[in-house]
Structure formats: structure tokens, C-alpha cells
Design a protein around this ligand. Sequence first.
Ligand code: ATP
Ligand code: MN
Length: 255
Amino acid sequence: EEKVKRIDSATDKARAREKDSDRLKVEENVFDVPTLKILYTLSNKGIIKAMGGAISTGKEANVFYAEGDEKELAIKIYRMASSTFKAMDAYIMKDPRFTNIRNNRRDIIFAWTRKELQNLKRAKSAGVRVPEPIVAEKNVLIMEFMGEEKKPYPLLKNTPLEDDEAKLVYNKIVEYMHLLYKEANLVHADLSEYNILIDPADKTPVFIDMGQSVTLEHPNAREFLYRDVLNILRFFGRYGITDKPEELLSKIQAE
Ligand code: ATP
Ligand code: MN
């Protein structure tokens, strides 16, 4: 009994150490010298007033809180060392906006970062609620911070909703998908409860994470849209939303 406990706590400690060293590795990875130089330049320009803590460590990027000139900022930094740029490749290379990108890791990550900025701009102009994009410099994207008291708004996934609230959120998401499609000529391509924040004040959704969003000319745009549709319907099924994929698709593609 005692022995088992000892072994348990030893493994816990070892795991904690491992996690710590993972985190250090990630931070080492994200703040390489060229990235530090970019942050330094952006702070000299007065765009960044003070760097804050880490908000998230994702598969490709880290997101940090920062204080800007007048607004709070979210700084998304694509890791040069560990981005799965092979996956990025398939999205970038077939996008008519990015036909002359050279096939190397650096350029693909930089193009990806610019693409996310442009996608956010197009979405915003179309009337979709997204973080306001501010600047993209190499692998660093600066945008408006969506949250309060230095904490990001919760993900849709972690937001408890009554059925009638869920219905309103769903309708707003459908409106945003329609605006993206018709006005911005874009498909989000990674839309799910993990890439939608909910503003607790009025329960409005905020779309985030648009690096992979593609224009309708992309050869896989329909397939990506269909996947987004299935994700949204899967999530809202639990709230009694019974739209069929074809119904949601026709709402998105309506004039
Ligand atoms: P993952 O691999 O976890 O999906 P990601 O690399 O795709 O991460 P995002 O989804 O864009 O990156 O952002 C990760 C997290 O950072 C979000 O879930 C959100 O909590 C936070 N975040 C991103 N952008 C903002 C923003 N503009 N304001 C506040 N929080 C943000
Ligand atoms: Mn994400």
C-alpha cells in the first residue's frame, strides 16, 4: 500500500518535471532570436506597450496577452521550429492569393501569418465579429484581445447555455457563416466549438483562428465548408437544433 503510494507520487513528480521541461522547450521554441527582434521592433514602434502572460500553447502557435497603445492585444506567434508546415502547405499552395510562395518552411509560415491577418480583415469587413487584426510581421500576428480582465472570453465549448440561448448563438453563427461565404468569399475551414469564443455580456459568438480559412476558389473549399457545417450541427444537436446539413448549407449559400 505505502509502496504503491510512493511509486504513484514518484511518477507524478516525474510527469510534472516532464511537463515543465516540455513547457520550457516550447517557450525556447517560440522566443527564438528573430522572433524576439520582431517583438522588440513592435514595441519600439509603440504597438506593444507591455508583454503579458501566455494565454495558450497550441499545435502551431502560442498566444500571449499584451498591452497595446490603447487596446489590449493578443499576440499569436507561430513557432518556426515546430509548426506542422506540411499541413499548412496544402492550404497555402492552392490559394490563388498565395501562388508565388516558395516551398520552404520559413516562407510558408510567414505566408500563413499574413493569410490569417487578411482573413480576419475580410471577415471583419463582412460584418463577422472577429478580433480586429492589427499587424502581421513574419511569424507574429497582432490582434485585438477578446476578453476581460486579461482573461480571454470562454470557448463556446466551455460556455453553459440554456436551450433558448443556444438557439440564438446558433442563429448568429449561421449568420456569420453566411456573411463569410457571401460577403468575404471565405470558408473558415476549422470552425467548431474550439474556435468560437462567447462574449459573456451578450452571448455573441466571436470567430477566431482563421489561418487556415480559404477563399471559395480553393479546390477544397466545399469540402471544408461541409466539415464546418457538420461540426456546428454536431455541437448544437445537444441543444435540440435539428437542421440537416443540407438545410444549413442552403442558409449559408442563400442570396
Ligand atoms: P489550437 O491549436 O489550440 O487550436 P491555435 O494555435 O489554433 O490553437 P487559436 O485557436 O487562434 O490558436 O488561439 C488559441 C487560444 O488563444 C484560443 O482558444 C483563445 O483562448 C486564445 N485566443 C486566440 N486569439 C485570441 C484573441 N484575439 N483574444 C483573446 N484570446 C485569444
Ligand atoms: Mn484554435
